[in-house]
Ligand binder design. Structure first.
Ligand code: SF4
Length: 333
């Protein structure tokens, strides 16, 4: 069932008299219980997309055009009161830094009880019992003790577990997790990712995971969307995108993984940098870093084409498909 649909979304930033495009023509759908990853280097537009979905783009940014629908309700034109209900109750966000969500001057218990009593009329004692049970369910040891502690008294991993406990209390349809484990140790990262996976599966919650870590993405997401310079450049089932990447940028990201380098060998890197908002070139924005770029790539923006089970925006892939089809036609004559 289609839960969220983003169609032809354009987000701009008005900076120093210039109107700069941060997201260009982004479209995708998310079904109930589905897990999608948004990947790309920093500056690709991943987080802006996450914030746009809950209409949290602050000035000088704004949604220029396009549509974001949550079960046919348009988010881009919602009143502040309705938006407030959507955020938290329908769509919850988990950030890299849990302190963006937690209040540093309130105890963990006070914040959980507040979340419970904001939409249920129950006594403090009952709310406390539920809060402790939720802390227990996200594998926080000694939940009674943690209940009375302040966020700064907990480790980063434990704070992220508290956020997941709050998300569980709100029981949203969608979790948007923006680099939720980047600041954590590797072993804790694996535990938090497993916890997120478990709660999404157990509660039929959809997950939009924003990440630059393709290792995490391959464990979590059923579908993967690759973004470059504000555009989607490849989209498909995660296994296909990772095992048979079509777009040269996706190929570059995978080649740059540490496990792709031989012992003693320098890590592979994509040459150059992602263009900033005011430096986006004409044509395919990846052309200055792409080993296959042609004059056409420097002048024109490639359209999306279907390549197997993936969709890709790249002239090289388009040419390969055309050649393959021509050869097949000639052989069948
Ligand atoms: Fe490279 Fe051209 Fe494809 Fe862009 S369109 S990724 S420049 S081959």
């Amino acid at each position: 069932m289609n839960l969220l649909s983003v169609n032809n979304l354009h987000v701009n930033f008005h900076i120093k008299g210039q109107d700069l495009a941060a997201l260009i023509d982004v479209s995708f759908t998310l079904n109930r219980g589905e897990r999608i990853a948004i990947v790309g280097e920093s500056g690709a537009g991943k987080s802006i997309l996450g914030f746009s979905i809950v209409n949290l783009i602050d000035k000088p940014g704004y949604i220029k055009s396009g549509s974001i629908k949550l079960q046919n309700k348009e988010i881009t034109t919602m009143t502040p009161r309705l938006l407030q209900e959507v955020r938290g109750k329908r769509i919850a966000m988990i950030f890299q830094d849990p302190m963006m969500t937690l209040n540093p001057v309130l105890t963990i218990g006070a914040q959980l009880v507040e979340a419970i009593r904001s939409h249920t009329r129950i006594s403090f004692k009952d709310a406390r019992n539920i809060a402790i049970e939720k802390l227990h369910s996200v594998q926080i040891a000694s939940p009674e003790k943690r209940f009375n502690q302040y966020p700064h008294e907990l480790s980063g991993g434990m704070r992220q577990r508290v956020i997941i406990a709050i998300v569980l209390l709100l029981n949203p349809d969608i979790i948007i997790a923006d680099e939720p484990t980047t600041a954590l140790d590797v072993t804790i990262q694996a535990e938090i990712i497993q916890l997120l996976l478990d709660i999404c599966r157990d509660n039929s919650m959809a997950l939009l995971l924003i990440s630059h870590d393709l290792g995490v993405v391959s464990r979590v997401a059923e579908r993967t969307i690759v973004m470059y310079a504000g555009r989607v450049v490849e989209e498909g089932p995660t296994l296909e995108v990772i095992n048979d990447p079509q777009h040269p940028y996706t190929q570059g990201l995978l080649n740059a993984l540490p496990q792709m380098a031989l012992p003693g060998q320098r890590l592979n890197q994509i040459q150059g940098n992602m263009p900033s908002l005011n430096e986006r070139p004409t044509g395919c924005a990846f052309h200055s870093r792409c080993p296959y770029a042609t004059d056409k790539c420097r002048q024109q923006q490639p359209d999306f084409i279907q390549s197997g089970v993936s969709s890709v925006a790249c002239f090289m892939v388009e040419n390969m498909i055309t050649e393959f089809e021509q050869n097949t036609d000639e052989e069948s004559l």
